[in-house]
Design a protein around this ligand. Structure first.
Ligand code: ZN
Length: 79
């Protein structure tokens, strides 16, 4: 049975860059979270302007890697 690949990251703007946060639980303002690029950030309440921030390159690469791995795993399980 097909399983969707699932969530690989929560994206949140921090210090002018959108980082991918590990998808353990939805982030909330004031929380310290580990990013996909390996740093720890404090989650802020984003404004509309913050969402225009550029995406963190290393986070994006890691999110794509995780998504591809999850898809490969679900395809292997479906056969
Ligand atoms: Zn990052």
């Amino acid at each position: 049975m097909f399983q969707p690949a699932g969530l690989v990251a929560y994206w949140r703007p921090v210090d002018g860059v959108r980082h991918g946060l590990l998808p353990t639980e939805p982030p909330y303002p004031g929380q310290e979270r580990e990013t996909l690029c390996g740093t720890t950030v404090t989650v802020l309440k984003p404004t509309d302007l913050d969402w225009l921030a550029p995406t963190c390159g290393p986070c994006w690469d890691e999110a794509r890697r995780r998504r591809d791995a999850a898809e490969a795993a679900s395809e292997a399980g479906a056969q």
